[in-house]
Design a protein around this ligand. Structure first.
Ligand code: PLP
Ligand code: TYF
Length: 397
């Protein structure tokens, strides 16, 4: 069976990690995978997570199977975190949430669920989007098409083209929107733009699938959920995929959530039964440890406050890294305008250089980024920004 196989390409983003680790260059810089790093280049375990972990070790009494929905308390707290505690759809019992193996697991569950509802559904994703979106939606049997989003020339959103495209999308289709911190462009919809997109969604009747992998990394926990909350108030049905990888720093614990909102409580329960059927066919039950940590934190006033503070530190560091790189590039005499980096949000921006310049930065300067020139802003630090800006300046000359 295996003899006829030919090799398939590895994940292009995760592959950078290995290449970086094996590079002996003393000044190497990792701007590849989107993980938070502190000023020393380390991805720490949050203090609130450590405290929650200690509590769980002291009080956990069993490792028996959890249910296919995962932890009910985690699901409730995650729903409140995303939609807001008193959202009308929540109070009307229209939202059902399951714990999933990471945000990726949530997306795959959502994709299989959509495929079950509408086997011929087309899912529209932004051009560009996270590479894994396309791969996992296609793996679930969906057809993927794109709507215009990022303008590489003006470094902004092609908003008019985007809305024109959305106005042509049919009722039975699905549109994927990034809640905040757009991966890979860093360009987010403003609240006014969200309002317009929401009005079109309500008018057209297609189903919004919102991916929220970075809640709290853009402007703040509530600010970043603006689109989710307003959308949920305006439409009948919605699917939300959330991740605890970044904002709780729980990457390898693989914990996220998938929420569905139906137009009444009875239909929500029916839809949930279908989602659980889909889950049974993939992994049966989600991992429990990450969910236990998140619920311990969110349910405890002190730990929750500590989490909010630690999240603010991560958010502020990323934002100051953005300005720091822009300033350094100016200082190095770069003529091109890089101010857009400071205007963008979240973990990523495109540097806007071509693939051969990306290759030169890697080969000659040991600076690692995705071929599209997407950089992970968290990889910049006081210690490497001078070398980084100098190297970028040298390839732009
Ligand atoms: N969606 C987007 C846009 C992402 O960037 C990521 C990666 O961090 C994910 C989903 C899934 O994250 P994870 O599966 O690590 O929770
Ligand atoms: O885009 C990124 O870098 C993050 C991390 O298969 C990531 O979203 C990258 C690839 C992958 C899973 C997570």
């Amino acid at each position: 069976m295996f003899n006829s196989l030919t090799p398939l390409p590895a994940d292009p983003i995760l592959g950078l990690l290995t290449a970086y680790r094996e590079d002996p260059h003393p000044q190497k810089v990792d701007l590849g995978v989107g993980v938070y790093k502190d000023a020393t280049g380390h991805t720490p375990i949050l203090d609130c997570v450590k405290a929650a972990e200690q509590q769980r070790t002291d009080t956990e009494t069993t490792k028996v199977y959890i249910s296919p929905t995962g932890s009910a308390q985690f699901n409730q707290l995650m729903t409140e975190l995303a939609f807001g505690q008193r959202h009308q759809a929540l109070l009307a019992d229209r939202i059902k949430t399951v714990s999933t193996p990471g945000g990726t697991g949530a997306l795959r569950v959502a994709a299989e669920f959509i495929h079950h509802c509408k086997p011929n559904a087309v899912i529209w994703v932004s051009d560009p989007t996270w590479a894994n979106h396309t791969a996992l939606f296609e793996a679930a049997g969906l057809t993927v098409k794109t709507y215009p989003y990022y303008d590489y020339d003006s470094k902004s959103i092609k908003f008019e083209q985007m809305t024109a495209a959305l106005k042509n999308i049919a009722k039975d289709d699905v549109v994927l929107l990034h809640a905040c911190c757009h991966n890979p462009s860093g360009m987010d919809l403003t609240p006014a733009q969200w309002d317009e997109v929401i009005a079109i969604t309500a008018e057209q009747g297609f189903t919004p699938l919102i991916d929220m992998a970075y809640q709290g990394f853009g402007d703040g926990i509530d600010e970043d959920a603006y689109g989710v909350r307003q959308m949920a108030a305006a439409v009948e049905e919605l699917i939300l995929c959330s991740s605890c990888s970044k904002n709780f720093g729980l990457y390898r614990e693989r914990i996220g959530a998938c929420s569905l909102m139906a137009n009444d409580s009875v239909k929500a329960n029916i839809a949930l039964s279908v989602m659980l059927y889909v889950i049974r066919g993939i992994y049966s039950m989600p991992p429990a440890h990450g969910a236990a940590l998140v619920e311990t934190i969110l349910d405890n006033t002190e730990l929750r406050l500590q989490w909010q503070q630690e999240l603010a530190v991560m958010r502020n560091r990323i934002n100051s890294n953005r300005q720091m790189l822009v300033n350094k590039l100016l200082e190095k005499g770069v003529k091109q305008d890089f101010n857009f980096i400071a205007r963008q949000k979240g973990m990523f921006s495109f540097l806007g250089i071509n693939p051969s310049q990306v290759a030169t930065l890697k080969k000659e300067h040991s600076i690692y980024m995705v071929d599209s020139s997407r950089i992970s802003i968290a990889g910049i630090s006081e210690g490497n920004v001078d070398y980084l800006a100098q190297s970028i300046a040298s390839i732009l000359r």
